[in-house]
Design a protein around this ligand. Structure first.
Ligand SMILES: [Zn+2]
Length: 302
C-alpha cells in the first residue's frame, strides 16, 4: 500500500476529498462523472480512482453518493441527467466527446455512444445540434454535402491507388480519403457492399467502353443510351482507369514511381495516342503515368 501511494501525486486523501467536493459544487450535472471531474479538477480522476479503489468509493467517502451515476441508464435518465448540465457543462462535454471520437464533425450517434447525456439535450439547449457544435468551437459535420455515387467511387479508386490494394473500412475516415466510411454504409448498407458496387461499376465501365462507340465531345447522346458510365466528355470512365492502374500495378510505366512507396506521387491514366489524334478510351490506348512523366509527355505530343 505504501509503495503504491509513493507512485501517486503527493495529494493527501483529505486534499483529494476536498477537491471532489469543490468540483461537485461547480459541476451542475446531476451525476459527477470522471470526465466532468477532469474538466474542472486539479487532480486527475485516475489518481482518485487509485487512491480510493474506485470512483464510486471516492464519491461515497466524500459524502457525494447521491452524485454517483447509475450503471444502467435509460434514455429517460439520460435526458434527466442532461437537464443538470449548464451550457458551459454541455460545451465541455461536446469538446470531450469530440476529442475522444477524433474525427471532425461530431455526429449525434457518436456523442450518444460516449456520453452519459443525450444529444437531444444539446439540440434543445442550443437550438440545433450544429449550433451546439459551433458554440463549442467544433467543426460541423459535412452532412450538408451530399456525395454522389461518383464521388464515393472516385474516392475508392484513389485509395486503391494509394495503397495498391482495396481500402479497409477504417481507412475511409482518415486522409487521403475524402469520403467517410459512414457515407458508404448509409448508401450501400455495408462497406463491403460498397466495394462490390464499385467493382460492378468497374465491370460496367469496361463493357461499355468496348461496346459503345466514343461519343464526340460536345454532342449529346440519346437519353436512353446515357448509362451511368457513358460520358460525353473526354474523361476516361472510372472502371477503365481502375483497370489500367491495376494492370500497371499502380506504378508509372515510365519511371516506376508509385503512391504506395512515395506519398507525393500522383498517378494519371494517360492516352498513348491522344483523343485529338484519334485515340480512344480503350485499355490498349491507356497507360499509367506519374505527374512529372505525364507533364513531359503532354508537352511532346499534345
Ligand atoms: Zn513517372
Amino acid at each position: 500500500m505504501k509503495f503504491e501511494l509513493s507512485r501517486l501525486t503527493d495529494y493527501s486523501s483529505e486534499a483529494i476529498i476536498s477537491e471532489l467536493q469543490r468540483v461537485a459544487a461547480i459541476v451542475q450535472a446531476a451525476y459527477l462523472s470522471k470526465a466532468l471531474f477532469d474538466e474542472h479538477s486539479r487532480v486527475h480522476s485516475a489518481t482518485v480512482v487509485r487512491r480510493f479503489h474506485g470512483w464510486e468509493n471516492a464519491l461515497t467517502q466524500a459524502g457525494l453518493s447521491q452524485r454517483i451515476q447509475p450503471v444502467n441508464i435509460t434514455e429517460k435518465m439520460r435526458n434527466q441527467l442532461g437537464k443538470g448540465f449548464s451550457e458551459p457543462d454541455l460545451i465541455l462535454e461536446l469538446q470531450r466527446v469530440s476529442a475522444l471520437v477524433g474525427v471532425g464533425g461530431l455526429k449525434t450517434q457518436d456523442f450518444n455512444e460516449h456520453s452519459s447525456i443525450d444529444a437531444a439535450i444539446v439540440r434543445r439547449r442550443f437550438g440545433s445540434w450544429n449550433k451546439g457544435l459551433k458554440a463549442a468551437g467544433l467543426a460541423v459535420p459535412a452532412r450538408a454535402r451530399r456525395y454522389t455515387d461518383e464521388d464515393c467511387f472516385e474516392n475508392i479508386l484513389n485509395l486503391w491507388m494509394h495503397f495498391g490494394r482495396s481500402p479497409h473500412f477504417r481507412e475511409m475516415d482518415v486522409p487521403p480519403s475524402t469520403v467517410g466510411g459512414t457515407a458508404y454504409v448509409k448508401r450501400w448498407g455495408t462497406f463491403n457492399k460498397a466495394l462490390l458496387a464499385f467493382i460492378a461499376q468497374t465491370d460496367a465501365d469496361i463493357e461499355s467502353s468496348v461496346s459503345v462507340p466514343l461519343v464526340e465531345a460536345g454532342s449529346m447522346p440519346p437519353r436512353a443510351e446515357v448509362g451511368v458510365v457513358l460520358r460525353v466528355k473526354r474523361d476516361v470512365p472510372l472502371g477503365v482507369r481502375f483497370t489500367v492502374l491495376k494492370r500497371d500495378r499502380y506504378k508509372c510505366v515510365l519511371c516506376g514511381a508509385s503512391p504506395t512507396t512515395d506519398v507525393t506521387c500522383n498517378l494519371h491514366v494517360d492516352h498513348i495516342v491522344s483523343l485529338a489524334q484519334g485515340g480512344g478510351n480503350e485499355i490498349t490506348n491507356l497507360r499509367t503515368l506519374c505527374d512529372s512523366c505525364n507533364l513531359g509527355k503532354g508537352a511532346r505530343s499534345e
